[in-house]
Design a protein around this ligand. Structure first.
Ligand code: SAH
Length: 347
């Protein structure tokens, strides 16, 4: 059992020792079973638009990538997909897109959320309907409130890195760490179950940076974490920067395990990026403490345009469910799977 002092955590994150990684995962697995059991909850992910007003230096759907065909799924299509997820027992969905704070886009999104909520509540004997997570970037307080009033109750906004210098290095000057922080606090204030996270293995990122990220997650008292390896995209300028110091895959597993050990009752995602970078990503991510998986439901003819990084790997939801079971975990179908932490912090 490792002592979770700052020095130990930094050493664990920095070492290449496979033995240390194994020990950490074993400890996290026990902690996970004890605190959140063996359930793995699903979030059907609908990537409804790749139009984006941002120019994040790492991202394949950044505004200045002019070689990308842009799409936006129409309202009817999104609602149909959400209802299909509901019928299959995936009782939470996540609507994700590139960033647009345009009033018409947010109004339309609010209508979609409200309609999904209404239809799914009608078909649910418990009248709860679908749990709706949003992940559409930085918006104003009023816009977040509007979407909350429409029926969304979870929000994911990654801080990407909580270190001001590293954040600046991976974003254009127009994007600010402070405004992300303000957004996260607004979301919590409104009442959302709030999730954040970072990319792991970024150029210039060190074990100390990641330790600070873990402290940040605790200080912000987050309910959910979505973290994944940084994977370069050829059309994004950061792919030309090559001073990577930490192995993205094993370091992500360590960050998942440390997060579980430090924050027993939160929900932690085994991300698509983790599954894409290594064939064992799902299994190892779950063992390291993740209890959420987000099967991609975006239609096959458009999902290739939501190309955040190279070799993005999609598995069918049914395949993911089989794999979750084969790894010894229980898929949490027909339920929302809210983070226990949310209840605990509100009591
Ligand atoms: N517009 C939304 C969704 C962004 S995409 C928002 O701003 O929150 C979702 C996540 O994909 C990002 O937060 C980022 O952490 C991750 N991502 C983007 N490019 C990536 C890359 N090259 N490698 C790994 N993850 C990446």
């Amino acid at each position: 059992m490792i002592q979770l002092s700052a020095r130990n955590i930094i050493n664990v994150l920095a070492t290449d020792s496979p033995h240390c990684l194994q020990d950490l995962i074993q400890t996290a697995e026990k902690c996970r079973k004890k605190n959140v059991g063996d359930k793995v909850y699903l979030r059907g992910l609908i990537e409804f638009s790749n139009f984006c007003g941002c120019n994040c230096l790492y991202c394949g759907i950044r505004k200045d990538n002019h070689n990308l065909q842009r799409y936006r799924l129409d309202k009817k299509n999104i609602i149909q997909m959400a209802m299909l997820a509901f019928e299959k027992g995936y009782h939470s969905i996540c609507l994700q897109s590139g960033e647009s704070n345009n009033t018409a886009d947010i109004d339309l999104l609010a209508e979609i959320v409200a309609e999904i909520k209404r239809l799914s509540m009608e078909r649910d004997e418990n009248s709860r309907g679908l749990g709706i997570t949003l992940s559409v970037g930085e918006l104003s307080y009023q816009q977040y409130k509007k979407l909350w009033d429409a029926g969304a109750h979870r929000y994911l906004l990654r801080i990407e890195s909580s270190d001001p210098t590293l954040f600046k290095r991976i974003h254009p000057p127009a994007q600010h760490l402070e405004s992300r922080l303000e957004c996260l606090r607004a979301l919590k204030d409104i009442g959302y179950q709030t999730g954040t996270g970072v990319m792991i293995g970024l150029p210039g990122q060190t074990a100390e940076h990641l330790y600070q990220d873990l402290v940040f997650f605790q200080d912000e008292d987050v309910d959910m974490l979505g973290m994944g390896p940084y994977i370069p995209h050829h059309a994004a300028p950061l792919s030309k920067v090559l001073d990577t110091q930490l192995d993205p895959y094993t370091t992500t597993l360590k960050m998942l395990a440390l997060s579980r050990l430090l924050m027993h009752d939160i929900n932690i995602v085994a991300s698509t990026a983790l599954q894409s970078i290594n064939p064992d990503g799902l299994k190892m991510g779950l063992r390291a403490g993740a209890n959420i998986v987000m099967p991609v439901l975006t239609p096959e003819d458009t999902r290739d345009y939501y190309y955040l990084y190279e070799n993005k790997n999609y598995k069918r939801a049914e395949t993911l469910i089989e794999e979750i079971t084969a790894c010894g975990f229980t898929p949490g179908l027909w339920q929302w799977g809210d983070p226990l932490h949310y209840k605990n912090r509100r009591n």
